[in-house]
Design a protein around this ligand. Structure first.
Ligand SMILES: [Zn+2]
Length: 432
């Protein structure tokens, strides 16, 4: 009986796994499940589900060029047209950059959202490195849409820059639209099978546990680390900006997991406490929207062993301490378009929580510098810090500004590994 592991690859023992079987094998397979008292059918007929998904695509109104949609799945050209329109209409804070070309020659776009200046703290996100994960482009586009098109969010790119590659594997993404809906890899040719799994192709424990050396496997790591133009592009951008990038996000589906390093070992990274603390902020913010429950943990622990994955390379190869893979909460790669809006909305709240945690560079409000040289304010910041000192890795605190009814936010950046922590930077600003 030929079966394929449908969702993510084989997980650890006793963990759930999604399996796709041919119609001929379905009866036998169901009998087997019954014998072992295993009984969950996620999708009865995958082909029918794909047809249903594509029917709902067709009844959607055609997109005007430069528009964005969260009720259907956009093709790569339409995504690019939207990004270019945003840059054209908002030249003071949105830029698009072609950071490289895919194997088949498509331009790969990075969107930068920034109030200007250089060497600023940056949040980097890459999406759609896996072709079939169609819920990912809408999530990346919604983050861009909210940052750029809702003026209430303009505070989010004052002290922090955003660098987002919404579709890192456009060849595979387009292939999943016009040919094979469940295509995962890049489109580089092999001698027998096409494609490398770009999320096993990063040069960190390359081709170790959980990555394949066989070209026809879904997790084929490639013939060399960074063999794929799609991963080279991410590598080059991240290494060039590694001193500024404080948070690396790889957006994937599916699972309801926020995964931190590592994938190749159950050993915990040095900063696991902070990764879990920030992860909990992300998960709580999302839970508050629709009650979606994320599990926060390491890739190897929560999901399966994997080597050469983007967020592990970001942490272990590029030295970016805060690095995650987000597995978006659906139960298949095939997505009912009605699910897009609730998922993008709740995930956006998670992104906001991540943003609020990441401290800006040293920055003081000009009025404070002029008046009491910030001394009093520094003391109140210290006071807030001391109240939460037992956590030893506080990076974020909130307090009510004195004499002013407005809520002020104080962002603290302290050494998480110092047992006698001291404030390195502080920043105060009124968010109204
Ligand atoms: Zn993926």
């Amino acid at each position: 009986m030929k079966i394929s592991i449908f969702g993510q690859e084989l997980r650890s023992l006793n963990a759930p796994v999604d399996i796709m079987v041919s119609p001929q094998a379905q009866d036998d397979f169901l009998t087997l499940l019954e014998a072992y008292k295993i009984d969950t059918v996620l999708i009865n007929d995958v082909e029918e589900a794909i047809e249903e998904e594509s029917r709902s695509q067709r009844v959607s109104p055609r997109l005007a060029r430069g528009e964005v949609s969260f009720t259907e799945f956009m093709r790569y050209d339409d995504i690019v047209a939207y990004l270019e329109r945003l840059a054209e209409e908002n030249p003071s804070f949105v830029t698009t950059e072609v950071v490289g070309r895919s194997f088949e020659g498509r331009d790969i776009y990075l969107v930068k959202i920034s109030s200007g200046g250089s060497n600023k703290t940056t949040i980097f996100a890459e999406g759609t490195i896996h072709a079939r994960e169609w819920i990912v482009p809408p999530v990346a586009l919604y983050v861009i849409n909210q940052l750029v098109e809702d003026a209430n969010n303009s505070y989010m790119y004052q002290d922090i820059d955003w660098a987002i590659i919404p579709v890192a594997n456009p060849d595979g993404y387009e292939f999943s639209h016009y040919d094979a809906r469940l295509w995962r890899k890049t489109r580089t040719p092999g001698t027998i099978c096409h494609g490398t799994d770009p999320n096993r192709n990063f040069d960190f424990n390359w081709r170790g546990i959980g990555a394949s050396s066989w070209q026809c496997d879904e997790t084929y790591a490639g013939h060399a680390p960074f063999s794929e133009p799609e991963t080279q592009i991410i590598r080059d951008y991240v290494l060039e900006h590694k001193d500024d990038i404080k948070l690396y996000l790889a957006i994937h589906s599916y699972g309801q997991w926020l995964l931190h390093p590592w994938g190749h070992t159950l050993e915990e990274p040095e900063n696991v406490a902070e990764l879990k603390e920030l992860g909990a902020l992300f998960a709580d913010a999302i839970y508050a929207v629709n009650g979606t429950e994320y599990v926060v943990g390491s890739t190897a622990d929560v999901l399966y062993y994997a080597s050469g994955v983007g967020n592990d390379w970001a942490a272990g190869g590029a030295g970016i301490d805060l690095s995650y893979t987000i597995e978006l909460p659906i139960n298949s790669f095939i997505v009912d378009p009605e699910r897009i809006v609730p998922i993008v909305e709740e995930t956006w709240e998670g992104f906001k929580a991540l943003h609020d945690y990441i401290p800006g560079l040293v920055m003081t409000v000009p009025a404070l510098e002029k008046s009491h040289a910030g001394k009093m304010e520094v003391d109140s910041v210290k006071e807030v810090f001391q109240r939460s000192e037992e956590k030893h890795n506080v990076k974020y605190a909130q307090y009510i500004g004195d004499g002013d009814s407005k809520t002020s936010k104080a962002t603290l950046d302290v050494d998480p590994y110092n047992n006698d922590p001291k404030i390195i930077h502080y920043k105060l600003c009124n968010y109204g």
